[in-house]
Design a protein around this ligand. Sequence first.
Ligand SMILES: [Fe+2]
Length: 172
Amino acid sequence: MRRRDVLGVALLLPIESWAQTCGVVTPRQTEGPFFKTNTPRRTSLVEPASKAPRFLVTGTVLSAQCKPVPNALLDFWHSDEEGAYDNRGFRYRGHQHADSQGLFRLETIVPAEYPGRTRHIHVKVQAPGGPVLTTQLYFADDAGNRRDGLYRPELEMRSAKPGEGMFNFVLA
Ligand SMILES: [Fe+2]
């Protein structure tokens, strides 16, 4: 698509679907030291005993041509309410597949900061048979964002209301 065409499409879309949608491939980021394979398949990472504030992440996986990617794999992991990763088990780790419209929904908690990092959620996203995008999502208006050298505004979830964040992944 030429840039002018992209902008033309944008004007026809509601603001919320445009902001993170077309034209810009989601930047990759380091996976960090705590990735684990073979995570459980689940859309909720909520631990029944946890008193941490709940958080809902929703969005769409899109191709660089702005088409939904049905059945895309999303593998999420993040720290717990004390800023620690579960490196023995699978607390706050899980994978899921986007639906036929490329939509995903993750129920979890607000992870805590840990030294040197602002609040974030790690994720790997992969179209069926495609390359893996490894990146991280950030929380809107978090005071820690400015102090974290890895933080990128393009990776901030948009927050329509407290406790919810929306992010559309655009795969290369
Ligand atoms: Fe991390």
